[in-house]
Design a protein around this ligand. Structure first.
Ligand SMILES: [Cu+2]
Length: 431
């Protein structure tokens, strides 16, 4: 079920991003070094529930010998990640302006989307898996042979907190963890800790949004830590009275969501074949009253809120048009259906209630989009009306030993804000 929805979702998106990366030809590298040993790192993992994702490199730290090879293996089909080494250079932007298009038109940066060709790494240059699990033809295993001693950090382009480190020591030197079984055990420990953290987080968030008898309700969307995210409405099921108003707040620091009442209709595609965000998803519609009619919040950026008044008794299922079946809720509306109050008043988004696990605090400080900005269509990264995302002239499969090619600098804070939002946007895709 979980796999199905993730894969289905990834498939929907593949169309658009696939076009952007159409000219990417994965090039099998020529293993050069005689691999002394081959190691495996898992990229990403499932949490305890289908809506819980661990965005981690597993294990986060690994020590190998010079000449050893590491396979970075995507661990969640349909949940995209990158493995990216920049050797101290600036992180490339995930989205870049479309050459020749009006300002605001953005495309996936091929430097990020495509894998690099060179399969060896000596601590210099740019090495990147490409967007595994989303872009067609990008292999879901990224292989690097480490040819020089040193301490090398890497990260995922799609997830803010997903970092790892490979420490390379001289050939023959003793390793802290001597075999793959030990490495797997370390990964399992980190997975277990992550699962515990997310489950605790989900429980805390649920408690922060209790049921109560109030005409004015505050609901939360999503909760994150540095280990992963819980993609849920808080509460997911609830009862309110006729005439009550519910206000949702997107508490994620970097992911987008919607609150979409389909009223029996079909979930619209998120991305249109031409690569644009579907305005039917991205833009608000249907007004602010719910009585069995279709309504849509439009894309809710981090910190954004959306309110609906329920004017008629009934049962109203809703869904996030970004995350699909993985992210749903139900509101039951009735004149006397509200259960006895818990803590009566609606509670503000949690700040002190949760364990101190480094949750970024929404909603203040969250970069909001420039006025009239992204990702609400039609201001969304709109592409030229050619029906496809224009491919950049050439996909930089970087020659061995090369350094990161210059990336177009964001030319304004507005563009930077858009890029940040889109990074979260793409990171949230494929679930
Ligand atoms: Cu969602």
């Amino acid at each position: 079920m979980e796999g199905t929805s993730r894969l289905k979702f990834a498939a929907r998106l593949t169309v658009a991003v696939g076009i952007a990366a159409a000219s990417i030809v994965p090039i099998a590298g020529t293993p050069s070094a005689q691999a002394a040993a081959t190691w495996k790192i898992q990229v990403g993992a499932n949490g305890d529930a289908p809506n819980q994702d661990l965005t981690l490199m597993l294990p986060s730290k690994l020590t190998v010998n010079v000449g050893d090879t590491v396979n970075f293996v995507l661990n969640q089909p349909g949940a995209p990640h990158t493995v990216t080494f920049v050797s101290g250079a600036p992180e490339p932007d995930l989205f870049i302006p479309v050459p020749g298009a009006p300002p605001g038109a953005l495309q996936v940066n091929p430097i990020v989307a495509a894998p690099t060709r060179d399969t060896t790494y000596d601590g210099t240059g740019f090495r990147n898996s490409g967007i595994m699990g989303l872009v067609p033809n990008v292999p879901t295993t990224f292989t690097l042979t480490f040819t020089k001693a040193g301490s090398f950090d890497y990260f995922c382009e799609l997830h803010d907190f997903q970092h790892g480190n490979i420490t390379v020591v001289d050939a023959g030197a003793a390793l802290p963890v001597a075999n793959q079984a030990g490495v797997d055990a370390a990964a399992q420990q980190e997975i277990a800790a992550g699962k515990t953290e997310l489950t605790t987080l989900a429980r805390g968030q649920a408690a922060a949004y209790p049921q109560g008898a109030s005409p004015s309700w505050k609901f939360g969307i999503d909760v994150n830590s540095q280990k992963g995210s819980v993609t849920s409405y808080f509460p997911a099921t609830s009862q309110v009275r006729t005439g009550d108003t519910v206000q949702w707040t997107n508490n994620s620091p970097f992911e987008i969501h919607t609150v979409t009442f389909l009223a029996g209709g079909q979930l619209p595609d998120l991305i249109l074949p031409n690569g644009q965000v579907n305005p039917a998803v991205g833009a608000p519609s249907g007004g602010n009253t719910q009585s069995g009619n279709p309504t849509n919040s439009g894309i809710l950026e981090p910190g954004a809120t959306y309110s609906l008044t329920f004017s008629k008794a009934g049962s109203y299922p809703y869904i996030c048009a970004v995350h699909g079946e993985l992210h749903t809720g139900v509101i039951t509306v009735g004149d006397s259906a509200v259960p006895p109050a818990n803590p009566s008043a609606p509670v503000a988004p949690p700040s002190g209630g949760n364990p101190p696990i480094g949750i970024p605090t929404p909603p203040s400080g969250i970069p909001s989009l420039p006025p009239g900005g992204i990702p609400t269509p039609p201001q969304v990264p709109s592409l030229p009306p050619t029906g496809t995302i224009p491919s950049p002239p050439q996909i930089p499969t970087l020659p061995p030993g090369s350094t990161l090619p210059p990336v177009p600098a964001p030319n304004s804070p507005a563009v930077q804000a858009a890029l940040d939002a889109l990074r979260g946007f793409l990171g949230s895709l494929g679930r």
